[in-house]
Design a protein around this ligand. Structure first.
Ligand SMILES: [Zn+2]
Length: 97
């Protein structure tokens, strides 16, 4: 599976977690009133779920697929934003040193 395919799968999973986290905050808000604790829990949930994002690096130059220049974006690049490597091509086994 290509790096891009793995990264998009992660992005979709993050979308699900985001909906879940927003739902948690909304439901808590509705039944218990405004809670910064629920908000904090949602943030922690998102941070933990997003940790694998750091693994999606360009095999050639190491640039993360979720970065466009210095900015983090919610959807991965198909081509590396630094060296232009095609991240959509399948990664050969034992290719990463
Ligand atoms: Zn690159």
């Amino acid at each position: 599976m290509s790096l891009y395919a793995q990264a998009t799968r992660h992005a979709r999973r993050m979308l699900g977690v985001l909906v879940l986290a927003a739902g948690l905050v909304l439901v808590t808000d509705r039944f218990y009133g405004h809670s910064s604790l629920a908000f904090a829990a949602a943030i922690v949930m998102l941070l933990v779920a997003n940790a694998p994002m750091l693994r999606f690096n360009c095999p050639r130059c190491g640039k993360n697929a979720f970065f466009r220049g210095p900015f983090v974006v919610p959807w991965p690049n198909r081509t590396c934003s630094r060296c232009g490597h095609d991240l959509g091509s399948p990664t050969p086994k034992n290719a990463d040193g």
